[in-house]
Design a binder for this molecule. Structure first.
Ligand code: ADP
Length: 192
């Protein structure tokens, strides 16, 4: 199996790049952001709880996020592996993911691919996405900046953990989508 953690700040292009990787390697994507939005749309209890954090640009607490992810990993599926998009976002989630992948898939995380994009470009991209996405967390600059701050205060430590394991690779997330995808694929091919 190839199990990829797709990493990077909000607006760095994780969702876009995940699509390329899914098709090329026949992987299943698990996006915690998409799962939360699905729950919000369906007005579930989990959705209501998540919305109260997401609309402020804060992270949803680890426990509920990890429970939701575990359910998704457990669903039977024919796949060559998984792309984790938007998870892990804390050190605690990083350790949880290692346990879940071991227990449910009898496997390990293969690589953490990190998309690097400078803050001002992120803000511009997210404001632009907000014009059409209908995402409340993309609707104003204050929430967007709060998400970027959450990324640096809570999420940066995830990179440290994967660095220690020798699984962390940075790729420049600014440029043509296809070019960036090619760079990511080259990194995956190295470990295959
Ligand atoms: P982006 O990467 O553009 O911020 P996502 O769709 O990945 O968007 O996530 C949207 C929001 O959902 C985040 O700002 C956060 O509030 C919540 N969220 C998603 N994944 C997690 C996670 N692993 N832990 C905690 N909160 C999360």
């Amino acid at each position: 199996m190839i199990n990829i953690v797709l990493f990077g700040p909000p607006g760095s292009g994780k969702g876009t790049q995940a699509q390329h990787l899914i098709e090329k390697y026949n992987l299943k994507q698990i996006s915690t952001g998409d799962l939360f939005r699905f729950n919000i749309k369906n007005d579930t209890e989990l959705g209501k709880l998540a919305k109260s954090y997401i609309d402020k640009g804060h992270l949803v607490p680890d426990e509920v996020t990890t429970d939701m992810l575990t359910e998704e990993v457990k669903k039977p599926t024919e796949t060559n592996g998984f792309i984790f998009d938007g998870y892990p976002r804390t050190a605690n989630q990083t350790q949880a993911l290692e346990r879940i992948v071991k227990k449910e898939l009898n496997d390990d995380i293969s690589i953490c691919l990190s998309l690097v994009v400078e803050d001002e470009i992120l803000v511009q991209r997210l404001l632009k996405r907000g014009e059409t996405s209908g995402r409340t967390d993309d609707s104003n600059e204050e929430i967007i900046r709060s998400r970027i701050t959450e990324y640096y205060t809570k999420t940066a430590e995830v990179a440290e953990l994967y660095k220690q394991q020798g699984k962390y690779v940075e790729v420049n997330g600014v440029g043509e989508i296809d070019e960036i995808a090619a760079k990511l694929c080259a990194e995956v091919d190295k470990i295959k």
